[in-house]
Design a protein. Structure first.
Length: 146
């Protein structure tokens, strides 16, 4: 039985075209989510971000910036009952070669505006709507157009 909230990192990964990386996850009832997972004891948050992204997708990231935090307490949508604190970050992909592990069924690269039309996990959608689409964060990670 879990006695304390579990800190979880989530990474909204943007490529050079301004597209967002999402995976479809069985753990989240076949909804799209961002890569992420628990922070191990003694592990720094930024190290956990990089490790989780690498383990789940094979991607490398740079320049992570904190976006927001959400509290998840035994809600529906996850495969088991848990109390989690989601620490969400935005980061730039330095590669686009994806190698999924067994946690994800598939993946997509889509614009943030296209992403909100997909079946998203609740807090992934809230983060997109409340923080990413309302602020010019994604522009920090895209190439200037000529």
């Amino acid at each position: 039985m879990q006695k304390y909230p579990e800190p979880i990192v989530g990474v909204f990964i943007i490529n050079s075209k301004g597209e967002l990386f999402l995976t479809k996850s069985r753990r989240w009832t076949d909804h799209f989510v961002v890569p992420g997972g628990h922070i191990e004891l003694g592990e720094k948050i930024e190290d956990a971000l990089r490790r989780e992204v690498r383990e789940e997708t094979g991607l490398k990231i740079e320049n992570p910036i904190f976006i927001c935090m959400w509290e998840f307490i035994n809600e529906s949508g996850f495969w088991e009952k848990k109390h989690m604190l989601f620490l969400n970050y935005l980061a730039k992909a330095t590669s686009e070669k994806v190698t999924l592990n067994d946690e994800a069924q598939s993946y997509v690269w889509v614009t943030p505006r296209e992403a909100v039309r997909l079946p998203l996990e609740k807090y992934t959608k809230l983060t997109l709507e409340e923080y990413i689409l309302k602020k010019p964060l994604v522009k920090r990670y895209t190439r200037p157009t000529t």
